[in-house]
Design a protein around this ligand. Sequence first.
Ligand code: ZN
Length: 245
Amino acid sequence: MKKIKNMDVEWGYTGDRGPEHWHELCDWYREGATYPYQSPIALHHQSNENQSTLKNQDSTTNELSFYYVQEHFTEKEFKNTLHFVPYDTQSYVLFRSDKYVLTDIHVHMPSEHQINGQQEGLEFHLVHMNEQGDNLVLGVLFNLSETGGLDIEKETDVIWDLANHSEWFNPIVFLPQEKSHFYYVGSLTTPPTVGPINWFVFDTVQPMSRQFIAQFKNEITENNNRPLQPIKDRKISYFTGVRKE
Ligand SMILES: [Zn+2]
């Protein structure tokens, strides 16, 4: 069943409405929290006692392929962060032959996932949905650069009109050239924290311009990262690439 109302009950990252209380705020959040495999989690390239990381045995590429195009977004603040929302859902990915359209791009500061014990300055989530309403999320980690790094408004073919909340860009701009990634099944990292969600977290950390992000300081709630969740008996896979079309 597709849930469309996601803002009924106010929640946050500190105090009485912080992450440790989300499941107490309403029945919907309580139900979501019962999903046993929550996100985010700590990811490691090497297997350790808490995690068995397995390289895919059959193939080094995952069954994910990108069909991203330049499209029209609007930016807005809700759910404690900045979101870029496409007007028409033209960009999509194919995963195991199922089509998931890109519905939302948003930001966590600092990163929610950690790779080899390292937390980064930023994590972008590219949220996708298939016809059944199942989610697939890409996590892309960035560190903040004082002198360079990704500044989307300066990329070619990008139209950036914040005054009118109108931006045209190809969401591929957020993804690293190198498509190696962790894959695991988890949950949304914000209420109602429902699962299962297919998670792809790229292990290439890219620089992003601090100047670019600074213009959204009023939209992004400080420390809007959910704490790490237990891995339990989950299998985490690591893939060195994605299928080329
Ligand atoms: Zn997120």
